[in-house]
Design a protein around this ligand. Structure first.
Ligand SMILES: [Zn+2]
Length: 129
């Protein structure tokens, strides 16, 4: 009798995971990878700006986040990751979600600038703010 690598409960056969646990374990890996993948650029204050909130939730009911946002000014910056490596933003479903989010932000009075990571690091986004 083997134990599932995820929940450590007995598992039948030579498998390492229960089917559900495998899905869950995968999700956790992805999450962890995303968490570590983004050592975010954080040079806003070097441009004389107040420190923005990261992963700012701007909508009262939806879970949309802005990569950076200054609630006092209702100003946000979105980093468009993966312009060249088909990231989430360039895939169909992700893109539709992005459009919806962008419209919702406008309705709520937010101005959101979208920048490439290169532009953000070069300070273009900070100048725009
Ligand atoms: Zn399990």
């Amino acid at each position: 009798m083997a134990l599932c690598k995820h929940c450590h409960k007995p598992i039948v056969g030579k498998r390492l995971y229960h089917e559900l646990c495998k899905t869950e374990a995968r999700r956790q890996w992805a999450k962890r990878r995303n968490g570590t993948k983004k050592p975010r650029w954080n040079g806003w204050t070097a441009y004389g700006l107040p420190q923005p909130e990261e992963e700012l939730v701007f909508h009262p009911t939806r879970k949309w986040r802005l990569d950076w946002g200054w609630p006092a000014w209702k100003l946000g910056v979105e980093q468009d990751g993966g312009l060249f490596i088909r990231g989430r933003h360039s895939r169909g479903a992700g893109r539709l979600g992005d459009y919806e989010k962008a419209r919702a932000a406008i309705v709520l009075g937010w101005r959101v600038g979208r920048f490439s990571p290169q532009e953000i690091r070069a300070g273009s986004a900070a100048m725009w703010v």
